[in-house]
Design a protein around this ligand. Structure first.
Ligand code: GDG
Length: 489
């Protein structure tokens, strides 16, 4: 039976009772900006926000996050709060303001120059800087102070998100040991060999073990985490109960493969607005003579394997020139973390590659790759998924990857093939895909051909199977399973 937002609402009240629900993440779910002189808002690009906004809409409560929009300060009340979603408020967003130095040290520094590459095995070296670490601690403390202020003397359940806030549970409990906390880690957790290089490994593990419940996408990441604890701390790791007891406090460690709001995405793709956007995109990308559209949608991040995709497309047209002028690859890339050197370099590398591959294969009026950089609205993304006969999701390493699930949820007509990289968390759940190793350009090119040439009956059958899996394991079921675990504490 499909879990709905109503099921979740019911269970959440039963489990957390009259405790206040506080969700904490680095990124906010709505960013207020100025558009043509007026205040408007955008939805940020990123998996955690995509997944959790429907949950908070269903459950209500307070979402604490750092405010980054140019108009963010204009719309909050004296307590830095604003009700969201702006068009139909369901919960409270409390904004935290970071100084430039804090943003640089905590966000660009320790979170994204150290922890992010440490947890993703892509052979990008993490940079550990003592001053970044000091800012990381300072900002985690700032979140803790803001949450404690918000909670007052009420009892509360704080649901912490991701790798930016690894110390938050510890700081919260130092101030108020009665607060229950759970942490969901949205990225992979590496094996001990990779993790042991981190100079702050003990502090990070201790911070996370202050939680009552700790969640990862897949079992493998839980096992990696527990092995790390075993090696680095004097803790009791209970593999049967999958929990860790450290200094007399138990943390349950569980896997919860995150998902999307299947029903909502499926409904959205049938809407009039999406149909209008589809026509506009077809015009913008001049698709009238194209037989097959292959798509990619990623933040521009070295973990997402965008250069590898472009190289596979290059190889595809080299091996199968009969597809020239009939197939086009559209990669939508959202700029991300551009103040970090590695990201700047990646951006340049992608530009050069696109230029080179297009130069090599283009003919009069046709080029194999379109690289779209502007921000897409939700409706445009839905239309983009609809247009694509094939979706390439091939990160070098990824916690889950929601693009894969969104594509499936949008394909109501079953007319699409998902080409999925084997190093994504999603690959553990989604079997009816064309699997690829992104590092193997030659085989990747063959798999693209296989996807394009797949017989309609097989395509439909595979997509129908995928849709059953994603519909059943939707975001509400994910949240419900997570919250239900709290009953065991
Ligand atoms: C982290 C983990 C894990 C993309 N471009 C635009 C846009 N997007 C949206 C997509 C999707 C989201 O961003 C990307 O989600 P992913 O899961 O692929 O990736 P991360 O941001 O790296 O997320 C990941 C996830 O957390 C959840 O736990 O799966 O492994 O790395 O929703 O649609 N959205 C809009 N405009 C764009 O141009 N509005």
């Amino acid at each position: 039976m499909v879990t709905t937002q109503f099921d979740l609402r019911k269970i959440i009240r039963k489990v957390i009772g009259d405790r206040l629900l506080v969700l904490a993440s680095n990124r906010e779910p709505y960013i207020h900006v100025y558009k043509e002189g007026k205040i408007s808002y955008i939805r940020p690009v990123g998996g955690a926000v995509t997944a959790l906004d429907p949950v908070m809409r269903a459950c209500g409560g307070i979402w604490v996050a750092s405010g980054t929009g140019a108009a963010d300060k204009k719309v909050v009340n004296r307590k830095d709060e604003v009700r969201v979603p702006p068009e139909k408020p369901r919960y409270l967003l409390k904004r935290i303001w970071l100084s430039k130095e804090e943003e640089n040290g905590y966000y660009f520094g320790f979170s994204n120059r150290a922890i992010w590459p440490l947890c993703h095995i892509t052979y990008t070296r993490p940079v550990f800087d003592e001053s970044d670490w000091q800012y990381y601690k300072q900002v985690n403390q700032k979140f803790a102070d803001a949450i404690i202020k918000e909670i007052g003397n009420k009892s509360a359940f704080v649901w912490i998100q991701d790798y930016h806030l690894a110390l938050l549970a510890k700081y919260l409990k130092e101030k108020n040991p009665n607060i229950k906390t759970a942490h969901f880690w949205h990225i992979p957790w590496p094996n001990p060999e990779a993790f042991r290089i981190c100079p702050k490994k003990k502090e990070i593990l201790q911070g996370l073990l202050a939680n009552d419940l700790l969640g990862f996408h897949i079992r493998y990441y839980c096992n990696n985490f527990m092995e790390n604890v075993n090696l680095e701390l004097e803790a009791r790791v209970d593999n049967e109960r999958t929990s860790v007891v450290y200094k007399g406090h138990e943390t349950l460690v569980r896997s919860f493969p995150i998902s999307v709001d299947f029903e909502e995405l499926s409904k959205l793709s049938n809407s009039k607005k999406v149909k209008q956007e589809l026509v506009k995109l077809e015009e913008e990308f001049r698709l009238n003579k194209i037989e097959h559209v292959i798509m990619g949608l990623d933040r521009i991040d070295y973990t997402k394997g965008i250069p590898e995709k472009i190289k596979a497309i290059d190889r595809f047209f080299e091996k199968y020139p009969q597809y020239k002028e009939r197939v086009v690859f559209i990669q939508k890339g959202a700029l991300s973390r551009i103040h970090i050197e590695t990201y700047k370099n990646l951006n340049d590398e992608i530009n050069d590659l696109v230029e080179e591959v297009n130069w090599r294969h283009s003919t009069d009026g046709w080029a194999p790759i379109i690289f779209a950089r502007r921000h897409f609205s939700r409706e445009e993304i839905s239309a983009f998924y609809k247009i694509a006969d094939v979706c390439l999701v091939s990160p070098l390493h990824d916690g889950m990857n929601l693009v894969a699930k969104e594509y499936v949820a949008t394909k109501n007509d079953l007319n699409g093939v998902l080409v999925l990289g084997q190093f994504t968390g999603a690959a553990r759940e989604l079997e009816d895909v064309v699997a690829v190793n992104p590092y193997d350009a030659n085989n990747f090119a063959d798999q693209i051909k296989k996807a394009i040439e797949m017989k309609p009956e097989k395509k439909k059958k595979m997509m129908a199977n995928l849709r059953r899996v994603v519909a059943e394991n939707n975001i509400y079921k994910w949240a419900l399973k997570f919250i239900s675990e709290l009953q065991k504490i």
